[in-house]
Design a protein around this ligand. Sequence first.
Ligand SMILES: Nc1ncnc2c1ncn2[C@@H]1O[C@H](COP(=O)(O)OP(=O)(O)OP(=O)(O)O)[C@@H](O)[C@H]1O
Length: 323
Amino acid sequence: MPSIQTDGLTKEFGDDVVAVDGLDLTIEEGEIFGFLGPNGAGKSTTINMLLDFIRPTAGSAEVFGMDAQDEAAAIRERIGVLPEGYGFDDYLTGREYMEWAVETKGADDDPEQLLDLVGIREDAGRVASGYSKGMQQRLAFGMALADDPDLLILDEPSTGLDPNGIQHMRSVIRDRAEGGTTVFFSSHILSEVEAVCDRVGVMNEGRLVAMDTIEGLRESASGQATIELQCAEAPPRDGVADIDGVSSVDVAGTKLTATCTDPRAKVDVVKRVDSRAEVVDILADNTSLEELFNQFTGGGRDNDVEMPAGETGQRADAQEASP
Ligand SMILES: Nc1ncnc2c1ncn2[C@@H]1O[C@H](COP(=O)(O)OP(=O)(O)OP(=O)(O)O)[C@@H](O)[C@H]1O
């Protein structure tokens, strides 16, 4: 049975905003699923419907085969949630919050162990509202882990975390998933999802615009490539456009640029041009996963999607790309 299944799940706010638009989603048990999309894509609204914090306008959502609206209490017993922007605004210490989380879940976890796991045991005696944002995020994550839930729902979990905190959270997530926990993980940061998720769903303006494994997305991303050849003299354009897998050719001075729908055509382009004009430099640029994400989402609401390291294209030679 899937851990999460939605069928035509829709949420409208008033007459103007369709926050989630006919979402069909199936998340299998033990999966780490990345729910990706720019600001306002509908990720939190989807999560809020799964948790029955808000009600759908149409469609349905099931968690562990139980209806998210009718059986919300039974569902909550099996899940751990890290909501977006969890706030600690009263006088309890980190330790007291953790003890409270363990107690209300009826769990037998040792609060000290959970505090240790998320790296705030040393500060557990301090009032949590005085914690830094990252420390509060660690505490909220630890509280979500209490009672070893079957499903972890994490809304923008790395908010406020430093690189060490992000790495550590990833390793805890992987450990839990290896133990059978399903992880549903929302983010607008592609690299974050890429590092930890088995499968990714990309939301844009309330709709699921892509769903695949990271590998699958990568394969689609490598479907297009651009090659730039710097020649000693003006290269001939004719003949290059006729190569199978080349969709366009542009010549500017001594530089020839070819766009290839099939990346394997790049070699033929080099051979053809080099037979007529000496090629002195080659720049090859595969469409990156990042660009693919931007194609799906129109570049994000504020173009605020971060680049994953090493995903800005590949050069065929060792020199730095010119701007
Ligand atoms: N309570 C609400 N009333 C009116 N509109 C809302 C409400 N909650 C969300 N929306 C709208 O629904 C759309 C989706 O918002 P949502 O918070 O689900 O996006 P998100 O993908 O989680 O974005 P972010 O990455 O910024 O958290 C946005 O246009 C938002 O303004």
